[in-house]
Design a binder for this molecule. Structure first.
Ligand SMILES: [Zn+2]
Length: 125
């Protein structure tokens, strides 16, 4: 997949690269548009995980690769409770379908290889 990273001016490819060493960053263009829109809305955000191939340590724990493995997910280390609240306020309306909240990061995805994402689902870690 050849993504035009200049379409997402606040992000660099390396932020979304799988950290297993494979160097892949096969993010979905529509997902990246949603993340850029979120960045425009809430300001600087740190991506802690983007694309993950089947050899990534988190994906290896699963029976099958999840949303990260198809380039439809990112984990965002939010900078404040206010920023988190702002993102949660718009995520579903902006097409994110999987919303996971932990004490330090927010997982957003808009598609999944085998779980039903026809309705938005939210969970805590
Ligand atoms: Zn990898």
């Amino acid at each position: 997949m050849n993504l035009n990273w200049s379409n997402y001016p606040n992000f660099e490819r390396i932020e979304f690269e799988c950290n297993c060493g494979c160097g892949r960053a096969d993010m979905d263009p529509a997902f990246m548009q949603r993340i850029q829109k979120m960045r425009n809305y809430v300001g600087p955000m740190k991506i802690t995980s983007g694309f993950r191939c089947e050899n990534h340590s988190e994906e290896k724990k699963k029976i099958r690769g999840g949303a990260h493995s198809i380039g439809h997910a990112a984990d965002i280390q939010y900078s404040s409770a206010r920023q988190l609240a702002a993102m949660l306020g718009v995520a579903e309306n902006w097409g994110f379908k999987g919303i996971g909240v932990s004490g330090s990061f927010l997982h957003l995805d808009d598609d999944h290889p085998y779980l039903d994402r026809s309705n938005c689902i939210a969970w805590g870690y």
